[in-house]
Ligand binder design. Sequence first.
Ligand SMILES: Cc1cc2nc3c(=O)[nH]c(=O)nc-3n(C[C@H](O)[C@H](O)[C@H](O)COP(=O)(O)O)c2cc1C
Length: 141
Amino acid sequence: MLVRLIYASRASTAISHESMEGILSASRRHNPSNGITGVLCHSDEIFVQALEGGRDQVNQLYVRLLQDPRHRDVVLLCYEEVAVRRYSSWTMGKVSLDKINRSLLLKYSSNGTLNPYDVPACATVALLDELAATAAFAVRD
Ligand SMILES: Cc1cc2nc3c(=O)[nH]c(=O)nc-3n(C[C@H](O)[C@H](O)[C@H](O)COP(=O)(O)O)c2cc1C
């Protein structure tokens, strides 16, 4: 049973290159053996992450994530059973919103910034879909 889970959170401290490296190295350590793929999108202070894989594996990772002090205000945006993975190319693809065309962000927001707390969940999900379709995520293996 494959599921896809998407959540947003606020970083506890400003997201630095080093903090992203720490998160991505944990993802590289654990995700392949757990059959998890996904993408992690961030601004200076916001994370949006999509996780897909077996239901038990995704649920267990989400429980770990909820306890991670590096972020807070975790809000579940989408949880669904799926037949096909959308992010199968990424152990944990990463994109910084600073690198994204502002017009793309404007398409899904009122002011061209990512605020998943302020827009319908479907807008954030659609933004992730569009980023994946345009291969905006860096490949990590
Ligand atoms: C925004 C965010 C995303 C994360 N994504 C993942 C992930 O995809 N896979 C993972 O194993 N850990 C992820 N982590 C880290 C976990 O919360 C946890 O610290 C880690 O899995 C523990 O691994 P360790 O015991 O090897 O240090 C993430 C943490 C944060 C803050």
